[in-house]
Design a protein around this ligand. Structure first.
Ligand code: MTE
Length: 394
């Protein structure tokens, strides 16, 4: 019996929280209500967005489960869970964000292809596992290596789920070897999420977590790890999750002209209010998240009520809780910041805008039009909600 396999239909899906908003049923794609994201710094597993491209794999025998390591490496081998667990365990608090987060808003400008998402294709978790750099060292590839003796420069991660985009083959992606072997990059082979064993939806028994990089590269349900000379040639690296300029359409697209998207840009969203929200006159509390990729922390979040002419600075609310004490000072460089501001609303309609600035002073773009792309990825434009005076619970 194999340890893990990808079923061909959806008859054995795990149960899910009924409060999730389902954007596509098969494969299962769902996000929590906005308000759930600002209720806790660490997103509970049951409310964490789920992004799949096929039926959820099944583990028959965890003892039989192994990950084969092949390709341009001196000693191809098999890694069992116990081998990975015997390495030092790290807890890395990292925000995972799908490149398609906020796609629905982008599709309102002009049609885009892809599953629609509101602002909740994102979550912040404490991932527990072995550092990939330690695993590769165990296999004879030293830390901070950019090429193996046999010419391996990329590390590919292959799953077992059957994806129609791969003609029924598995999901796969790769990262450069110099990132994989850099302990500071905190890339994990994770077996835990928020202190619990990973659940099936999120990659049980083992997934990759690449902090600061779009979620598409954090391959779930690992089956093999391959050392390659070139980056992975799979669909999701070469024909998807690339950022095109607004001028490119389905008739003139040349996928090979762009590199696969890796780091995500600075992002923020207001989560305590819907896009159009009735409020009572007076003080209204605004809460949301801000995050940036590549290990760039958040410098500040600005709020405007006059279309961006003037701004007030929001304050940072929840910090990592006691249960999740950071191991070193910079450990929240991969994690979001939750922010809060209180505004006074007196006009019948008020547009509230949030924009974040990261540690490299990168700022979110003002308009979605300027970042529109046919796949609807990386909508990081200023987040706007419209408040109307009226009856409300707020
Ligand atoms: N890994 C596999 N094997 N299959 C997938 O469909 N989806 C990717 C990534 N890893 C995917 C995968 C995408 S696009 C995202 S955004 C994240 O997983 C979502 O992870 P989550 O479902 O744990 O939130």
């Amino acid at each position: 019996m194999p340890g893990i396999r990808g079923p061909s239909d959806y008859s054995q899906e795990p149960s899910r929280d009924p409060s999730l908003k389902i954007n596509a049923k098969e494969p299962f794609n769902a996000e929590p209500p906005r308000s759930a994201l600002v209720s806790s710094y660490v997103t509970p597993v049951h409310l964490f967005y789920k992004r799949n491209h096929g039926p959820i794999p099944i583990i028959d025998h965890i003892d039989n489960y192994s990950v084969s390591v092949t390709g341009l490496i001196d000693n191809p081998t098999k890694l069992f869970i116990k081998d990975i667990m015997s390495l030092p365990k790290y807890n890395v608090t990292a925000t995972l964000q799908c490149a398609g987060n906020r796609r629905t808003a982008m599709s309102k400008v002009r049609n885009v292809r892809g599953v629609g998402w509101d602002v909740s294709a994102i979550g912040n978790a404490v991932w527990g596992g072995a550092k990939l750099a330690d695993v590769l060292e165990l296999l004879g590839i030293p830390k901070l290596t950019s090429s193996t003796g046999l010419g391996g420069r990329h590390v590919e991660f292959v799953s077992v789920d059957r994806c129609k985009e791969e003609n029924g083959g598995p999901y796969k992606a790769s990262i450069p070897l110099n990132q994989a072997t850099n302990p500071e990059a905190d890339v994990l082979l994770a077996y835990e999420m928020n202190g619990e064993i990973l659940n099936r939806d999120h990659g049980y028994p083992l997934r990759l977590v690449v902090p600061g990089v779009i979620g598409a590269r954090s391959v779930k349900w690992l089956d093999s790890i391959n050392l390659l000379a070139e980056e992975c040639q799979g669909f999701f690296m070469q024909k998807d999750y690339k950022m095109f300029p607004p001028s490119v359409n389905w008739d003139n697209i040349d996928w090979s002209s762009r590199r696969p998207q890796m780091d995500f840009p600075v992002q923020s969203a207001i989560c305590s209010l819907e896009d159009v929200q009735m409020v009572k006159p007076g003080k209204v509390s605004i809460k949301g998240y801000a995050v940036s990729g590549g290990g760039r922390g958040i410098e500040r979040v600005d709020i405007s009520m006059d279309g961006g002419k003037s701004w007030v600075e929001a304050s940072r609310t929840q910090k990592p809780g006691k249960d999740y004490i950071s191991e070193h000072n910079s450990s929240d460089k991969w994690a979001w910041v939750l922010f809060e501001a209180t505004i006074d609303v007196s006009q019948s309609t008020t547009e509230v805008i949030a924009k974040a600035v990261d540690s490299a002073a990168n700022v979110q773009p003002e308009n979605v039009e300027s970042v529109w792309n046919l796949r609807g990825v990386l909508n990081t434009s200023w987040h706007r909600v419209l408040l109307r005076l009226g009856h409300s619970n707020l």
